[in-house]
Ligand binder design. Structure first.
Ligand code: ZN
Length: 218
């Protein structure tokens, strides 16, 4: 088993599984390797169980007929020649219109996914902001590995992970509500969760489901 060990000026050891499915230990500066190994041995069951839960990252070639997840649905990709690079989303497929052989199809797909996700997130932010009584800032879509979204409580800007494009809309909604909720409560303490349960009683179930889809954009 490959383990990443990070040494820091801390007192206790921390264990986590990264989004990419790596085992990572953060340990105090002078802790002996042997102690870390013993710690990992004790946690073996938990590690093995957690690794099984990490969604796989699928490799895509962006060729015709390839199945991509779009808003939670397995969706075939179609490719067409065109005067300019663009893309569309239909009920049963996602299409890329490609200008030349040299076009980077992955990049174009990301751009198209980003535009659709931006529109989806905007609709959801517009729906929820007045309900929650918050004033959102700009919406940004980024390729983020470590989290589904973030909220800048100073500027009120909201950032969403591009990978949400592959997730069902109700799960995107739970991320939107989570980030807007930070405008009412910056931390993840009890008040944050009480508010979340008020807006979306099933928010916990939704965030669990977020990890059950394969990742495309990492
Ligand atoms: Zn949060």
């Amino acid at each position: 088993m490959e383990v990443i060990v990070i040494r820091k000026r801390i007192k206790n050891m921390y264990l986590r599984i990264t989004r990419e499915g790596k085992v990572q230990v953060t340990a105090p500066l002078r802790m002996p390797d042997k102690t870390i190994r013993e710690f990992l041995e004790k946690k073996r069951d938990w590690i093995e169980k957690s690794l099984k839960k990490v969604p796989e990252t699928v490799h895509y070639d962006y060729v015709p007929g390839e199945i991509h997840y779009v808003y939670g649905y397995p969706t075939p990709l179609k490719l067409y020649k065109s005067q300019r690079n663009w893309g569309t989303l239909e009920a049963d497929s996602i299409s890329l219109f490609i200008h030349s052989e040299k076009t980077d199809r992955k990049k174009l797909y990301e751009q198209v996914a980003g535009e659709f996700l931006y529109a989806t997130a905007s609709v959801l932010v517009k729906k929820w902001a007045p309900v929650m009584g918050v004033v959102p800032g700009n919406i940004k879509i980024r390729k983020v590995k470590s989290r589904w979204g973030s909220c800048n409580v100073k500027t009120h800007d909201l950032t969403f992970s591009l990978d949400l494009f592959t997730k069902p809309r109700d799960l995107i909604e739970s991320v939107v509500v989570h980030e807007l909720n930070h405008l009412l409560e910056p931390g993840h303490g009890p008040r944050f969760h009480t508010l979340m349960a008020h807006w979306l009683p099933d928010y916990k179930e939704r965030s669990k489901r977020l990890n059950s889809f394969p990742r495309e954009f990492v």
